[in-house]
Each structure stands twice: as structure tokens, then as C-alpha cells.
Design a protein around this ligand. Structure first.
Ligand SMILES: [Fe+2]
Ligand SMILES: [Fe+2]
Length: 145
């Protein structure tokens, strides 16, 4: 078993588990005139994050590891703008981490895990792009959220 890859995937899984809960909670709690479309989007993305979690957990199991059940930090609450900012923050943390783990896969010669992570990054960039345009903040690299 490649411990480095399994550890990296478990920290990715923890991020996905927190994203699932955070988005679903936001879906349930979002209120207000501007929110029906956004409220639906929270749910849609939560389901995408669940598919990421499933893929990662399957890969960990295949590699001989045990998938974690512990989520990373979950940021919920506040008004709609605060929720979106917290979600965008989560996406950017995920993109950064996944990019590092793609490099690790290169170093370790695990091209199948690499391909899975690259597909997930593409989804996270779509989420980043969506929330960035809702908030009118430039995608990627913008600090101070
Ligand atoms: Fe995800
Ligand atoms: Fe995402």
C-alpha cells in the first residue's frame, strides 16, 4: 500500500465530506427573494461532492486503505452572501490541495489516481467559477474572501 497516496486521499475525502454537509445545510437554510436558484444550486453541488467522496473512498479501499468518516472544517450559517463566500473558500482550498496531490501522484507514478483527481479538479473549478461570478469575484488566486 502506498501510504502517502492513501493519506493524501483521506485528507481529500475529509474535504469532500465537509463540502457535502456544508452545501446541503446551505440548501436547507437559504432563504430570501434571491435564493431559489441558488438554493437549488447548493443541493446540486452537494450531490456532485458526494460523487467525489464516493470515487475517492473507492480508490482508498482499492489501494488497501480505510476511508475516513471524519469531515474537515464545516462552515455554515450567516446570510446568503456569507454562505456563498464560505463555499467558495472551500472550493479554493480543495483546488489547491488537489493540485498538490496530482503532483504527488506524478512523483509516485500513480496515474490512475492522478486521472481521478484531475477530473475532480475540473468540477471544483466549475464550482469556483460559478460562485465567483455570483459574487463578482475573479476566479482562482483571489485572496481575502
Ligand atoms: Fe468535490
Ligand atoms: Fe466543489
Amino acid at each position: 500500500m502506498n501510504k502517502k497516496i492513501v493519506e493524501a486521499l483521506n485528507s481529500d475525502l475529509a474535504l469532500e465530506l465537509s463540502a457535502i454537509t456544508q452545501y446541503m445545510w446551505h440548501h436547507v437554510m437559504a432563504t430570501g427573494l434571491e435564493s431559489p436558484h441558488i438554493q437549488q444550486k447548493f443541493k446540486e453541488i452537494s450531490i456532485v461532492e458526494m460523487k467525489h467522496a464516493e470515487a475517492i473512498a473507492n480508490r482508498i479501499t482499492y489501494l488497501g486503505g480505510t476511508p475516513t468518516t471524519k469531515p474537515a472544517e464545516i462552515r455554515v450559517g450567516g446570510d446568503l452572501k456569507k454562505m456563498i463566500k464560505d463555499d467558495l473558500k472551500g472550493e479554493r482550498i480543495a483546488i489547491k490541495q488537489y493540485t498538490e496531490h496530482v503532483r504527488l501522484c506524478d512523483e509516485e507514478g500513480d496515474f490512475v489516481t492522478k486521472r481521478m483527481l484531475e477530473k475532480i479538479i475540473a468540477d471544483e473549478q466549475e464550482h469556483d467559477d460559478f460562485w465567483s461570478s455570483v459574487l463578482d469575484i475573479k476566479t482562482l488566486g483571489e485572496e481575502g474572501l
